[in-house]
Ligand binder design. Structure first.
Ligand code: AMP
Ligand code: MN
Ligand code: MN
Length: 316
C-alpha cells in the first residue's frame, strides 16, 4: 500500500517517532508531514516528537513539531515511524492509542508489529529509505527530499554502513536530483559539532576503557559530566561511533546518564563479529545487529560488568 492510498478518507493525521529522536526519526516524521502537505493539503497533520538538536531546525516543518504532547487530539490516521515498540513512543503513545487507524513504518528487526497496518523491513537502511519507496517520486518536493536524504545519511553513517544497498543509493540518487545541496546538508546536520560537543567527545575518549582483550570498549558520561561540559543528551550523537572505530574493537558501548539520576542509556555499535541487538534485547531494549540500545539502572561500573557478561558467549 502506498502513502497516497493510506491517506484515503483521512482528514486528521498524527505522526510520531521514538523518544530521543535521531536523524532518521526526525527526517521520516518531517518528510511524511511535508509530503502529505504537498499531496493532500486538505489534511491537518500534527507531528509529535521529543525535543531534538537545533541543527535540524532549518528543515521544513521542524518548527511546528509539538514537543509537549499535552493537547488532546483524536486522529483519523496515526503514523508511527522509525519506532520498534509502543513504549518507545513515549508520551506520544496516547495519540497512537486513541487514533482510529494506525500505521507503523519501521526497519527495526525487533519490531513485532503493534499497529493496525505494519510495514516493517529490517533490510532497509532507514525508515526514510522505506518512505521514499512508499511515496510517489513525482510528487515528492524539495523539502521532503531534504528530510529523506538526512534520515538515510544518519542511519547509514553517511552511506558507509553495510545497510547501505543499491536500493538505498537509488533512492539517494533520485533525492539528489531534486536539487539538494548535499555537502551543506551533511555538514549542517551530521559533521558540524559545537565546541562543547567536541570537548565532551574528548572527555569520553580520554576515559574510555578497553576490556576482553580489547574487543569491547566502554565510554561513560554522567549527568554531572554533561553539566560540566555544558551539553545536553541531544548533543551526544557520534560519540559511540568514534568509539567503534578503535582498532581491534568488536563492539563499542557508550553509557550515559539520562535525566533520571542513576538511570543510564546504553548505546551500542558492533563491528563484524557481534550482535549488539541480542545484548540490548536481553535488557529490554532493541535495535539492529550492528546498532542497538537499552536503558539500565545502576552504577556505571556494575552496568559495564553486566554487559560484559551478556557479551561473553558471543566473544568465545
Ligand atoms: P542509539 O544507540 O540510541 O543510536 O540506537 C541505536 C539503534 O537502536 C536505533 O535504531 C534505536 O532506535 C535502537 N534503540 C536504541 N535504544 C533502544 C531501546 N531502548 N529499545 C529499542 N530500540 C532501541
Ligand atoms: Mn532511529
Ligand atoms: Mn532508523
Amino acid at each position: 500500500m502506498t502513502i497516497d492510498e493510506m491517506l484515503s478518507g483521512a482528514l486528521t493525521v498524527g505522526i510520531a517517532g521514538h523518544v530521543h529522536p535521531d536523524g532518521d526519526c526526525i527526517g521520516s516524521s518531517l518528510a511524511l508531514k511535508n509530503y502529505i502537505g504537498a499531496v493532500r493539503p486538505d489534511i491537518k497533520v500534527t507531528v509529535w516528537l521529543e525535543e531534538f538538536s537545533n541543527s535540524f531546525d532549518f528543515l521544513k516543518g521542524a518548527g511546528s513539531a509539538d514537543h509537549d504532547m499535552d493537547i488532546e487530539q483524536v486522529c483519523d490516521l496515526f503514523f508511527v515511524v522509525d519506532c520498534g515498540d509502543i513504549e518507545r513512543l513515549g508520551a506520544a503513545a496516547k495519540y497512537f492509542r486513541t487514533a482510529k487507524k494506525t500505521v507503523c513504518i519501521d526497519h527495526h528487526m525487533t519490531n513485532g508489529g503493534f499497529a493496525d497496518v505494519n510495514i516493517i523491513q529490517p533490510k532497509a537502511s532507514s525508515t526514510c529509505e522505506m518512505l521514499y519507496y512508499l511515496m510517489d517520486a513525482d510528487k515528492l518536493d524539495y523539502a521532503t527530499a531534504e528530510c529523506l536524504y538526512i534520515g538515510i545519511a544518519f542511519d547509514t553513517g553517511v552511506f558507509r554502513h553495510t545497510n547501505c544497498s543499491l536500493r538505498t543509493m537509488n533512492a539517494v540518487g533520485s533525492l539528489i536530483e531534486k536539487g539538494l545541496d548535499t555537502e551543506e546538508l551533511l555538514d549542517r546536520t551530521f559533521f558540524r559539532k559545537t565546541f562543547a560537543q567536541n570537548r565532551v567527545l574528548g572527555l569520553v575518549l580520554e576515559r574510555a576503557k578497553l576490556t576482553d582483550d580489547g574487543q569491547l570498549i566502554f565510554g561513560v558520561l554522567t549527568q554531572e559530566d554533561r553539566e560540566a561540559c555544558g551539553v545536553s543528551i541531544k548533543d551526544l550523537d557520534g560519540i559511540v561511533d568514534q568509539l567503534r572505530v578503535t582498532e581491534g574493537v568488536e563492539a563499542a558501548v557508550f553509557i550515559y546518564e539520562t535525566m533520571q539520576p542513576g538511570e543510564y542509556k546504553v548505546s551500542m555499535r558492533g563491528n563484524q563479529k557481534l550482535n549488539v541487538a541480542a545484548v540490548a534485547v536481553s535488557f529490554g531494549g532493541g535495535g539492529h545487529i550492528k546498532a542497538a540500545g537499552c536503558t539500565i539502572k545502576g552504577e556505571p561500573e556494575d552496568i559495564i560488568e553486566k554487559l560484559r557478561e551478556r557479551f561473553f558467549d558471543q566473544l568465545m
